[in-house]
Design a protein. Sequence first.
Length: 916
Amino acid sequence: MWTIPIESLTGLDLTQVRLVILVAEGENKQGTLEVNRTAGAPTFEVPNPILPDPNLGADNVTTLPNSPIKVVSGSGQAILYDDPLTPFFVESSDLSTQPSEFVFGIGFNGTNRVEVEFMDASGANGVGVVATVTLIKMKDGENFFKIDRADLVRQGIDLTKIASIEFRIPNQTGSIQLRTRGIDPTPLPLSIELQIAKQQFLDAQLNYFRLGNGVDPVTHLPHDQVSLVDGAPSDFTTLTAIGFYLQILGEVARGSVSNGLSRDEALQEIFLVLTKLVQLQQSNDAYFGLLSTVIELPSLADRHHKVAFVDNANLSQSVAVLVGTLESLPNLTTVQSDLIANIKNNLAEKFLDDQKEGYKKLLDSSKKMFHQYVDTSVNNQLSNAYVDRLASEWRTGVAFVVTRYDNIQTNVWDTLVSKEHTPTAVYRDRFGNEVTNLVPFDGSAFQMFWSLMWSSEQNRATMQPALQNFLYTAADFSHQNGLPGFVSASSIPEGDYEGKAGIPSAAETSDKLVFNIASVYALASAYSLDPTLVTTWIQAIQNQYPELTKRFGFVDSLRSGTEFSDVVNAIDQGSSILGFLGTGGQFMDVYLANRGLKTDYEALYNSVNLGIAPIELDPQGPPAEFPSRSLSVLNHISAEGSLGQTPVSQTSRFGTAIQYSFSGGEIPDLAGHFWELDQPYDVRLNDVVFSYSGTAIPSRVSVELKDEFGNVIGFPKTFVLETESGIHTDGTITLQPLAELPQLARVKFINLVINPQTTGANADFFVHQITFKQTPTQAAILAAILASSQAPPASRDFTSILNFRLLQLQAKNRRAVATVELSERERFSFERLVFGFKSNREIEEIELELETEEGERATGYVTNIHVGTDFYEFLKEMIPPDLDFSNVKRINIVIDETAVEGLAEFEQLSVEMAVV
């Protein structure tokens, strides 16, 4: 450790220091310099800020009287005594009897300052005095602040009439986590703005469930999925999709939503669907009243010969919810009443009754569990896998089957809720708070929230903490990773359906998972737990991605506005609708109560003892903005390979394994992996997200970016990884942001470089993702930079001096090339060089290469060439500093075939160029 005496810094104004630069002297110096400093006292931009009190903790936070409500907004949080639903009257509360100070706990993320605004209701029309104090972060994690009542009184606040306490983040950047006590847990009714957002979302999703869209007009059953590319539906359906469609039809008959059918038409459609189900029960493909999971359309043939417990139980519950809905319909005509009676007695209840024997066959009495499925193509062979986890959508199916069928013993439920079958895990949020979760096997959100389609678990004391904690976890994970929705099984942008998608630290499995993709259906499914929070997320997603609401609803999953799935699924569109309505549990209760079964059903839930304490913090709202564009590197590669002597590893959609062990000899100085993108990608002003896990993780890795010619661009950047020898570690690091270097517009190779000589001879870790992300703000900044750099000099009259020459484009493979040789008179030095282009076609990109007499070259890219004339400036920053371009001799032009939309032959393209 070295000390520099202040008095030795003569001639330096220490009040104006901006930079401290450390320089390693000498030639060919290599190594790493690590500098540590002790944090000094912060400089405050506000008068009399309040710093955290180190003597305070969670036990000291204020309990607010009279149950105020809390709301979350984009700029902070508010504690309200004034009811927003009574705009012409301002309610308030007397806080003058509180202790001499208010104590709040605040976790900071992306900001180090919070403004707290107290407003009273002392003025005319309820507009009162406002007092503001500023809280300053001093440490990571939660900070505890004390606000003296006397300070507020001095600012004129009437503590006997407090209308609101608002916590605001200056400039609306970052987020906070607020801890207090006494908040009313009753969800705040949606504001008008959120009600509109909710209805818009429902209307969009309902388009799937219109005849001829996502519903087969011949069989009246929903297609499993529909392509967003050409609108083509799949040629099969599933039992869960049919059940969701029946529930939606019940809501249409109730008048809560509309898919274009009247009540009479909806009831008739219900009759047709249930008639089809009863017919399927009587076919040879049925298994003692249970149906095959996958049914072909329109033939209704069994596709996979698998009869699964979960899919049949989902359908059973949906039929019960439908009946409960129909039994609650008011103002029925005689014809409607008669049709409903026929639906209930001759179709719905018959269908459920006839399933009884099938469920009994799936039951393993010795293990007190259901088999997951039976294979009807192999002598009705029962699977060796069991319905053995509570944290799955099948838990409500078990509860319903045990309750409705008297031949199924309740000890099946007892097994499901036992300690062995209710694993938990601790999730650590970005503030350092630990959240205990009942964890799904794959950490997938739908596995926790789909139960709300059929059961009022949000109101059951034994399940509520587990559900609320997982909601908190899902929201925190998506907020800090900028994900537009919750992580869940879904159809992914790269194609196919991926079931192993979830939050790794909220999953039971140690399998590799996809966790950089989000879905709105999983988010909407949690609506009953926190309507305002979920709708606020949905509103933010819809507002940023209006183009992703397609003919059949919002896309199934996405990373950004450029990476999203190209299909929508019936079960996901259906659960987003039913989740947002939040009435499934209500009408299941009606069904059970009308048959004297509700007490037995509730007794099952009352027997649950998970031992999970609820998190006392509110879940996070959406981030300020989501990525507008992104690229998941590991899903867009054309080639890959190892660096140095690292054993070769092949990348999957889950990531890349990197393992090496150099022992018994000289340790090399190079290891790692490289990925070649399928096409060059513009990473200017992009964040780089790097996720990893493993048991032997190098302490440092470097990321190199290269163009298609193998030139390193403005890198490497070094990531310092969290690691503990022999302990499984995982982490995600975001580098914010990359520069606007022009060369970064053509990244083709990504190298992960490791030096085993400095990080150790052994490594065993997994790269889950390397993702480039760009937000709308970053895109706008880049656009402004590019606009200013491409503007032609205003002092020049181009119309009088331009001398365009027609480029003689020659086709080579899928590229057109042209070379312009400059005469001695035409040659120029590189001071400020502007090119003019005339084209008869829109061109996305032209590669422009300058070459000197000595053969030195510099390459740039001109983008978005329009029909007509445009001007572009070749930036000096693109010239390597060690090259001399005072005598440019040749200009090489390259146009890729893919850069011109609809181009059949290069002969159709005419391009002229001038140098100004």
